[in-house]
Ligand binder design. Sequence first.
Ligand code: PMP
Length: 361
Amino acid sequence: MSRAYNFSAGPAALPESVLRRAQEEMLEWHGAGASIVELSHRGPEFMQVAVEAEADLRALVGVPDDYAVLFVGGGATTQQALLPLNFAAAGQAADYVVTGHWGRTAIRQAAPYADLRIAASGEIDGFHSIPAREAWRLSEDAAYVHITANETIHGVEFRDVPDVGDVPLFADFSSSIASEPIDVTRYGAIYAGAQKNLGPVGIGVAIIRRDLLERVGQPRADIFDYRLQLANGSMLNTPPSWNWYMLGLTVKWMLAEGGVAEFARRSAAKSTLLYESIDGSGGFYRNQVDSAARSRMNVPFFLHDDALDQPFLEEARAAGLISLKGHRVLGGMRASIYNAMPLEGVQALAQFMREFQQRHG
Ligand code: PMP
């Protein structure tokens, strides 16, 4: 059996060396007499895993000391609901900039807890671009401004950090965290589900400017309280220790590969190759996203005739290229090319696309 090039949007491909390491350590972790997932999360073995994962993530992403790092069970969607509970007073305004499906999801999670305002939306042009900053209608009394740094389905990515003045900027980095150097200090909070660039599904991270944790927020259960989670080392209850461990291995792999500057270089090479293949196909394949907002992580594309979708997927699979079916919201195809996808995988896809076009063009 051989591993295919896996273009899944998430859960997504993990580096083979991480999987092998986990396999080696599966029965016994570092002489502990048991697997890490069979040991108490409060014991010295898991404590070491947890502490290293945080230190490594801080080093990888460049998180300053005045930001807390939390490991949160559940998905990014869970955190979308926690944001207003922790950072907005009941009924306070919160501004959302919607550049695709996940921005809309964020609004649905937050709507019961805040006065949600859509400051700008790319919906009118089919989410093919990011609304110009000058056109955003921001509220002075907003608890925060929320953006989706990279829209995983629509393939739209912020290439600059928008200036939103003194109101803290919150960003969903689920599908682009650790893919390039970012200036964390421009954000009040950054959150992400792990299952794209950071490891397996079931855990997420939140990077939060510490002064924001002083906000009263709204009545909420302890388990939904970021401040209490921080005080308890993200272990108010039993954390998803296996996922945390796998995240730690994945972050170590990224550091060893050269860190975010190296992944920015690789992402530029991979995404440029793929967009050139699409744009250079004479309309056989198309992607309509404004070139200034095209995602480096998720490349949605359509074949000129959707009757070719099924043959495309079947022939791709036979060529060792899997999980290219687009999200049901958009249809078509989507190639997700996160940090664990090597350039060779994208080269193989580009070659397959050329050959498919020759056969079916
Ligand atoms: N935000 C973005 C940008 C995503 O890509 C996803 C998942 N694909 C989510 C939020 C939701 O994440 P989860 O399924 O982990 O709740």
